[in-house]
Write a protein that binds this ligand. Structure first.
Ligand code: F6R
Length: 369
């Protein structure tokens, strides 16, 4: 049942190209227009939406953070994202023009369920992005967009996360389509490039041996930091979460611009720091700023593990370890940048002798609040 892999997690990491392809399947027409037939909220209602609020937990929350960048950029609708467990306790402002998006692999997470119930009580429309057919969260929502990752067995979420990203991109692009925002050549280009994602994820998976080697060599590290900017920031948080839950290590993700506001004090000789570098084409200013961050931390002794786009030569001199990912539009980079972090955490945890499919103290679905 593990398909020849030692762990479900390895199998599920390897299944990501197919999971992404299956989630895209049938949703992009030949004309580049999107059809999302399970979305039972009318286009007229979607045109009325004046705010999007995303609620989710853990890894699904990180997908939601990335969705915020896409939704605001492509649709110009203000978007908030919040961990579901905090949501209903702060008396959030919601009404019938609010679209709430609840993201959950299992569809049974109690925190997310309680958040969506609260939202519906206030009159908001709820769209679930979910991987489990007929589970509670989609049953209680106004609409559902299923991710087609297939069953995810390993406790740490991998393929579900990539498909959540795909679903979030599709929803953002669809909102843009029905509202006529950003529906230009650039957006058409993005849709086409989204179609290349399965192939690009495959490409990343084929080059992971050096990442595994590096992870094994870091099995005795005390801590690992992760830095990113723009959509690379949630990717950094996700890399840190994977390492915490699997390797039981102190791992922390930061927005790279925050370094100077405190975290840089943590940098000491030999500390491994993973940096997710934005594309030099798409986000040139951020790219240059993060290159200076890398220089700064390296000057203070950090061991820099740099994830950068192919052809990004500016960053290479400051990378102790360079992990290459294919070029993508800026917003889509998490689809490829997350994969090495999953492999890294899985391999490092295995090297420490931990059972990666069943990390201590964790359950696959958290059905208590
Ligand atoms: C981390 C992980 C958890 C889940 C979270 C939400 O690898 O798996 O953080 O993402 O518990 O679960 P779902 O998506 O089922 O609501």
């Amino acid at each position: 049942e593990k398909g020849g892999y030692d762990y479900f997690m390895l199998k599920e990491i390897a299944e990501q190209p197919k999971a992404v392809a299956d989630t895209l399947l049938g949703r992009i027409g030949a004309d580049g227009q999107l059809t999302l037939d399970e979305l039972r909220i009318s286009d007229a209602q979607l045109r009325q939406v004046d705010k999007v609020v995303i609620v989710a937990c853990g890894t699904a929350f990180h997908a939601g953070m990335i969705a915020k960048y896409a939704i605001e950029h492509w649709t110009r609708i203000p978007c908030e994202v919040e961990v579901a467990s905090e949501f209903r306790y702060r008396d959030p402002i919601l009404d019938d023009r609010t679209l709430v998006i609840a993201i959950s692999q299992s569809g049974e997470t109690m925190d997310t369920l309680m958040a969506l119930r609260h939202a519906r009580e206030q009159g908001a429309k709820v769209l679930a992005i979910c991987n489990t057919n007929g589970s509670t969260i989609p049953r209680e929502s106004d609409a559902v967009l299923y991710t087609h990752a297939g069953p995810e067995v390993a406790v740490a979420s991998t393929k579900a996360f990539l498909t959540q990203l795909v679903a979030c991109y599709l929803v953002s692009l669809y909102l843009g389509q029905v509202r006529g925002t950003k529906w230009d050549r650039e957006t058409f280009g993005v849709i086409e490039l989204l179609g290349h994602a399965p192939h690009q994820v495959e490409q990343v998976l084929r080059t992971m041996e050096p990442v595994r080697e590096l992870a094994r060599s870091l099995a005795d590290a005390h801590a690992v930091l992760f830095l990113g900017r723009h959509v690379g920031y949630p990717v950094a948080l996700e890399g840190a979460l994977k390492l915490k839950e699997l390797a039981y290590m102190h791992a922390e993700g930061f927005a790279a611009g925050e370094l100077k506001h405190g975290p840089i004090a943590l940098i000491e000789h030999g500390l491994p720091v993973v940096i997710v570098v934005p594309s030099p084409r798409g986000r040139a200013v951020l790219h240059d700023k993060i290159v200076s961050n890398i220089q700064e931390i390296r000057a203070r002794g950090a061991r820099t593990i740099v994830i950068a786009e192919e052809g990004d030569e500016a960053v290479a001199p400051y990378a102790d370890h360079l992990i290459r990912i294919p070029a993508t539009p800026a917003l889509l980079q998490p689809l490829v940048a997350t994969v090495p972090l999953q492999v890294f955490a899985c391999e490092l945890a295995t090297a420490k002798g931990h059972e990666v499919d069943q990390p201590r103290n964790l359950a696959k679905s958290v059905t208590v609040e």
